[in-house]
Design a protein around this ligand. Structure first.
Ligand code: RB5
Length: 149
C-alpha cells in the first residue's frame, strides 16, 4: 500500500501518479487534498507520513509545488526518510543508499512524464543494505537522540 498526498499545487500530477500506480498494480491510499483550493501542505504531509511510520503503508509519495515544503514536513515524523527527487537516478540511489521510505516531487518543477519515471525508479529499487545500513542507523539515532557522538 502506497500513501499519497499533495497540496493544491499538485492535484493534477497526483492524479497522474495514481493512474500510474494502478497500472503498476500498486494499491494506494490517498490522503488528499483533492481540489485546487489553497491548503496547508504540512497537514497532508503529516497524514501520509504517519501512515508510513506506523506501517499502514509501505511507502509514501508526497507532492507540492516545489516538493520542498512537503518533504520537510514529512521528515519531521519519526521514522520517515523522505527524499525530494527531480530525476530517476536520484530516486534509484535514495532507495539503494538511504532506504528512503517516502518520495517528494515538485509539480511546478517537473513534468508528468519525468515524475512517472521517478516514481517507477523509486518503487522498483531495493535497499542495498551493507555499509548503507550503518548510515541509515545513524540517521535514526540522530532522530531519536538528537546527537550521534
Ligand atoms: C504553495 O503555494 C507552495 O508554497 C507549496 O506548494 C510548496 O511549493 C511549498 O514548499
Amino acid at each position: 500500500m502506497i500513501a499519497i498526498a499533495c497540496d493544491h499545487a499538485a492535484v493534477e500530477l497526483k492524479n497522474e501518479i495514481k493512474a500510474l500506480l494502478t497500472e503498476m498494480g500498486e494499491e494506494y491510499c490517498d490522503f488528499g487534498t483533492d481540489t485546487s483550493a489553497s491548503c496547508d501542505y504540512p497537514m497532508f504531509a503529516a497524514r501520509a507520513a504517519k501512515a508510513v511510520a506506523d506501517g499502514t503503508c509501505e511507502k509514501g509519495i508526497v507532492i507540492c509545488g516545489t516538493g520542498i515544503g512537503i518533504s520537510i514536513a514529512a521528515n519531521k515524523v519519526h521514522g520517515i526518510r523522505c527524499a525530494l527527487c527531480g530525476d530517476p537516478l536520484s530516486a534509484q540511489l535514495t532507495r539503494q543508499h538511504n532506504n528512503a521510505n517516502m518520495l517528494a516531487m515538485g509539480a511546478r518543477i517537473i513534468g508528468a512524464e519525468l515524475a512517472k519515471a521517478i516514481v517507477k525508479a523509486f518503487l522498483t529499487t531495493p535497499f542495498e543494505g551493507g555499509r548503507h545500513q550503518r548510515r541509515v542507523d545513524l540517521i535514526t539515532k540522530l532522530e531519536q537522540e538528537q546527537v550521534i557522538e
